[in-house]
Design a protein around this ligand. Structure first.
Ligand code: ADP
Ligand code: MG
Length: 504
């Protein structure tokens, strides 16, 4: 049966997002080469984290953490029970647009400090010690997860290289972000000491290593949320800028910043929608991989592709009507969550897709055929994003040389709304792993993948504890500074409401 002109146009648009097996193999070779080159020099990829050991699940204690990941700001306290489990209490706020763009360093870090203050007040009330009664070294430790490209020079020092994911706050680039946050906390007399700086991917790697049930070595933490990035375990001797440094493990976690591998577009696929997304972004020419993979951009790719579908079929009767207030007509107006809904609509009537088009996108009078054409486009965008994610993961698997270590199995911690919610994301991603000859089906089966939920917060707490322990040991004082145990507060002071903690 001949397909309709509408379906044919949708398929033509979908074909623009093809990324085949040979494309994948070429891209993986390029990613491995760029990762090796990045390790050898000082640059804005392959950044050492100064974290030299993974947790083994027996770690214990309570610590604060802040995670600024792109869309949300999370403040939490994390209690590690020492048996691979933890309890986390957290506050989540959306970062207002006027703070994210065009504000000042003081406004942004002041906003974060205020959220820490609110969290402490809401959860610990009068049990938060006052700065007046504490010496500086007894302030509560806090791990800061800051998921932008920064140059780390110590576990508690790092300067911002550039903004991405729609952030643009002048006056932060080149500054030490720990100091900026500490200054704002101090101004408000909040008794907190920022002891560690981490990227959410390092946190994800640490968290998966702490929680992983199988006991397999965790080789990578990867995030597919607002942005995308990965951190993996590398031999210190391979890290050019630190090769003379020693650590008891001989290893260090490296933040790949794979979001900007191949910004020159030697191997990344590019179509007219990719070009348009890049041109209107806050950082044209940068983070080109991320612009094809992550939640911040997929909604916009979808918007442009659907507008093109409508333009190409405008002479066909009764395709659909776009309301004047439709999100399709607003730049960056579409949440990538919509793509998950449409991809997940398996009912032949495509009623969920049509509802979504009408209610969330202001597209009315749709037919099942139109909904199916839209779904074809969604599938192409999501599948390419997942296969590209597979390229980055395959490159790390090859770079870590883990598969040459007998026939052991390995673990990868993953985090972020896309990998968690986009139907079929992991399946498409694994397709690439199988297509790489050095991995193949047997290699792919030795690689386990699991969610490291709350990775950024728990990871930051794990890193802050390690950093704090090292500092305490240096002072020959093994005691961890920790928050009061919330349950003991509840027991001794029942009048203070303690929020229900969720366990993972
Ligand atoms: P963050 O990156 O701030 O840590 P997330 O991991 O939740 O937060 O990622 C948020 C991004 O994921 C946003 O770009 C959002 O559009 C997208 N997103 C949210 N829900 C979904 C979903 N169900 N499916 C796909 N993408 C989603
Ligand atoms: Mg996140």
């Amino acid at each position: 049966m001949a397909i309709s002109p509408l379906a044919a146009e949708a398929q033509a648009i979908a074909a623009e997002f093809d990324f085949g097996a040979e494309d994948g193999r070429r891209a993986v070779r390029k990613f491995v080469a760029q990762m090796s080159a990045g390790l050898a020099k000082d640059g804005d990829t392959m950044i050492p984290s100064y974290v030299t050991a993974l947790p083994d699940g027996t770690e214990k204690g309570i610590c604060l953490a802040v995670d600024i990941g792109g869309t949300n700001l999370r403040v939490c306290s994390v209690e590690l029970h020492g048996d691979r489990t933890f309890t986390i209490k957290q506050n989540k706020t959306t970062i207002p647009h006027n703070i994210r763009v065009g504000s000042t360093a003081e406004n942004l870090f002041g906003f974060i400090a205020e959220q820490v203050e609110i969290f402490l007040r809401d959860n610990y009330g009068s049990h938060v010690p006052s700065t007046a009664t504490l010496s500086k070294s007894d302030h509560l430790p806090l791990g800061f997860t800051f998921s932008f490209t920064f140059n780390q020079t110590a576990i508690n020092r790092g300067t911002l290289i550039r903004w991405d994911k729609g952030f643009d706050v002048p006056g932060v680039i080149g500054k030490d972000v720990i100091q900026l946050l500490q200054d704002e906390l101090d101004k408000r007399n909040i008794p907190v000491r920022v002891t560690a700086l981490a990227n959410d991917t390092v946190g994800t790697l640490m968290t998966r290593s702490y929680t992983s049930p199988g006991g397999h070595k965790c080789i990578l933490g990867a995030v597919f949320g607002t942005g995308t990035n990965g951190a993996y375990v590398e031999k210190l001797s391979n890290i050019g800028r630190l090769s003379s440094r020693k650590s008891p493990t001989g290893e260090m976690m490296v933040n790949t910043e794979w979001c900007s591998i191949d910004d020159e577009l030697a191997v990344l696929p590019t179509n007219s929608y990719d070009d348009a997304v890049d041109k209107t972004s806050s950082n044209p020419g940068y983070t080109m991989f991320e612009k094809r993979v992550s939640g911040y951009y997929l909604g916009e790719l979808f918007r442009l592709a659907v507008l093109d579908l409508l333009a190409r079929t405008k002479h066909q009767a009764h395709v659909a009507t776009v309301r004047s207030d439709s999100a399709l007509l607003q730049q960056s107006g579409i949440d990538t969550a919509i793509l998950s809904t449409i991809e997940g609509d398996l009912d032949p009537s495509l009623q969920a897709t049509r509802n979504c088009l009408k209610e969330q996108l202001g597209v009315e009078h749709t037919t099942t055929e139109f909904a199916s054409a839209v779904r074809t486009v969604v599938h192409a965008i999501g599948r390419r994003a997942a296969r590209l994610s597979g390229v980055a993961i395959a490159a790390v698997v090859l770079k870590s040389e883990c598969l040459s270590q007998g026939d052991s199995h390995f673990d990868i911690g993953v985090e972020g709304s896309l990998i968690e919610h986009y139907p079929g994301f992991e399946r498409h991603l694994r397709g690439i792993l199988r297509e790489i000859p050095e991995i193949g089906q047997t290699g792919e089966e030795r690689i386990h993948m699991g969610l490291a939920n709350d990775g950024a917060g728990v990871g930051a707490a794990l890193i802050a504890m390690v950093a704090d322990e090292e500092e305490a040991e240096a002072k020959q004082n093994g005691r961890l500074v920790a928050l009061p145990d919330p349950t003991s507060i509840a027991n001794t002071c029942p009048q203070i409401p303690v929020a229900a903690a969720s366990s993972s």
